[in-house]
Write a protein that binds this ligand. Sequence first.
Ligand code: ZN
Length: 254
Amino acid sequence: MKRNSETDNKKINRLLGVWSHPDDEAYLSAGLMAQVVKDGGSVTIVTITDGEKGFPESDPRSAADKSAQRRGELRDAMAEIGVRDIRFLGIEDGEVAAPPQDMLVARIAGVMKQIRPDLVVTFGPDGITGHSDHVANSAIATAAWNSAGFGDLWYAAKTESWLNQWRKQHDDFGLWMTEEPTGVPNEMAEHVLDLEGPALDKKRAVLAAHRSQTQMVAELFGEAAYREWICQETFRSPTPQELRDADRVLEYVR
Ligand SMILES: [Zn+2]
């Protein structure tokens, strides 16, 4: 695995990921999590919803059954890389943006105060796929980080060159919920992991465990292209304006 930043050689002892649905953490940070565990650090995942809406409408099972499946898939996925500390917040899928957001901010800040992460990773304001849960997740996690004040905060980001490379497939497969993510210029992606060899195999295994979500996407791409599509994890730091904007989620509910 290659990293592009000298500062990334600093050992991460406690990593916290704050995500909306099981599989977000895998696509955006499986390689990073595996590296932290391999280096002797610990990883905690907060999953705000169980992702119970991530099934075809024709699926007749109850929401509880669907939640149970996705929680199980997340546990299996994290077991692939030795991550056991998973905090399920149990918010209804699709309702992360619904008030009371200050309650969610407080719960996530509580996890931060407990584990004292030296790095927090989450969505940026574009939410990568434009999903309203992801967008709200970004502001909520950022507001929690603002109040708890532990470690660094990185936003998962896609680079413009990555978006250009895959635009045809994204359009053909209708991958984005709303519009394409706001790509960042390559030089703004300060923390880049290019996974290859065993590290990429691990990430592929993590994603395979999320079988209800990833099997079809992998088939659409074809295995070789899918592996190339998932091999890069990129993060950037929030801007001061983004840190200030996030606190508006608190003002909104007051
Ligand atoms: Zn998601």
